[in-house]
Design a protein around this ligand. Structure first.
Ligand SMILES: [Zn+2]
Length: 438
């Protein structure tokens, strides 16, 4: 009999393979962090070191959060119900000026705990003190593509943008070859940078072979500011400065014209991160996702930060993405399978992980299990429908990255969650004082 390290057995497996096969009474064999076999339970018979019959569950590829600021958990609920620029410049930036590396490490770990416990195995993060975000991801075991936010003005972690790019270069080299952690170049947006910064970001990405990640065309206000300052719309600015010619993720892409979508479609290295909760909460508008998909643009899905969502739950995000584009009389827009693709295969592409986002032979063993005994998951006719429309994320009973179980029926296997909660209580007291709440 063939040998493997781990054999997972389940009632259903949503494989996300090329034919989008869903298997019933199936099993996955895992060896050295990779999937070595998947198929009907009888056909995947192995002499395994560990056999886990997970029973009445469905396995899915771990979800990919393509745009987030995990450390912003420390600001969750501190300022709600405001438009983007007022929220950002009057509430968030002043509190972020008080940031420390310790706050970022603990708050990121809380973000990763939330992700792992709701079925997310990989994320693309942009923030400050990103070295501490990466260290927190290492503690949690998450896959994380992280980049230091680069701004025209000083940040809590960098005295100027040059230092931001220097840190990016150093970290990219330090994490080079890491199986789970990597580094991207993150100009924050066109309205918080200038031409020199954007050119330098593009050059660094090209020279070091890094992905680029930027907020783009998030609101009509952003477009107006960009026009007033540079006489150029956000997409045109990125195109002219060559940002679309390197592998990049554009977060939001709400205020765009059809011609601009054609421009994005003509740049095959571009991926969009759609962030429906954040766009709805900040009143930013609705990204034209059906028009993007019709043009073949890679559309991934992200939660954005927990101060503008306020969750890091990709099941919530899938449900909202699936519903948002139907509200104007198009119930056939964004079907469940398309939305699941956004959260898996397209997300993996947006992070540069070409093999991930699928449960197929050779893919990394990033797998989650959802409990089908939950009342909202019964009866079962269509697992993809349940994943997008019925699941809340709290059905997650197991989360595995690289063949390693990181979350197992309520327990985090790599860190002390109770101690983390105590640490976050201390950070809460600090934020309340700084925010003038007490
Ligand atoms: Zn964002």
């Amino acid at each position: 009999m063939k040998h493997c390290e781990t054999l997972l057995q389940a009632r259903y497996i949503i494989t996300q393979d090329a034919a989008r096969t869903v298997l019933e009474n199936a099993a996955v064999a895992i060896d050295h962090g990779r999937i070595t076999d998947v198929g009907p339970r009888d056909a995947v018979a192995y002499d395994a070191e560990t056999v886990r019959d997970l029973g009445d569950v469905m396995l899915l590829p771990g979800l990919v959060n393509a745009h987030t600021h995990a450390a912003m958990t420390f600001l969750r609920g501190v300022a709600d119900d405001l438009p983007l620029l007022e929220w950002l410049e009057q509430k968030i930036f002043p509190l972020e000026a008080e940031l420390t590396a310790d706050i970022v490490r603990a708050s990121s770990l809380l973000g990763f705990a939330e992700m792992l416990s709701s079925g997310t195995t990989a994320c693309q993060d942009m923030y400050l003190f990103e070295g501490d975000v990466l260290n927190a991801a290492r503690t949690a075991g998450m896959r994380c593509l992280a980049g230091e936010g680069v701004f025209l003005f000083p940040s809590a972690s960098c005295k100027d943008w040059r230092q931001g790019l220097e840190l990016t270069r150093e970290r990219a080299r330090a994490f080079s070859g890491d199986e789970r952690l990597s580094v991207s170049v993150c100009p924050h947006s066109v309205y918080t940078t200038d031409e020199e910064i954007l050119r330098a970001c593009r050059e660094l990405a090209e020279k070091e072979g890094l992905r680029l990640h930027i907020h783009l065309a998030e609101t009509r206000d952003e477009t107006q500011r960009c026009l007033a300052a540079f006489n150029e719309r956000p997409v045109a600015r990125c195109e002219r400065l060559g940002l679309l010619d390197v592998p990049c993720t554009l977060a939001h892409v709400v205020d765009v014209t059809d011609d601009e979508l054609d421009v994005l479609a003509s740049h095959p290295l571009v991926a969009v991160s759609h962030n429906p909760s954040s766009n709805m909460k900040l009143g930013s508008g609705t990204a034209p996702v059906p028009a993007m998909l019709a043009r073949g643009i890679t559309v991934s899905l992200g939660t954005d930060g927990p101060a503008s969502n306020n969750q890091l739950n990709m099941f919530t995000e899938m449900g909202r993405a699936a519903l948002l584009h139907k509200t104007d009389g198009r119930p056939t827009a964004t079907p469940a399978q398309n939305v699941l693709d956004m959260a898996t295969v397209a997300g993996a592409r947006a992070l540069g992980m070409t093999e991930a986002g699928r449960i197929i032979k050779g893919a990394p063993a990033d797998i989650i299990a959802l409990d089908l005994k939950a009342p909202n998951m019964r009866p079962m006719y269509n697992p993809v429908s349940h994943a997008v429309y019925a699941a809340t994320g709290h059905e997650t009973v197991m989360t595995m990255v690289n063949g390693e179980i990181l979350y197992d029926r309520g327990l985090f296997t790599r860190f002390d969650y109770a101690a983390l909660c105590d640490e976050m209580d201390g950070i809460r007291a600090f934020v309340r004082k700084k925010a003038g709440l007490i």
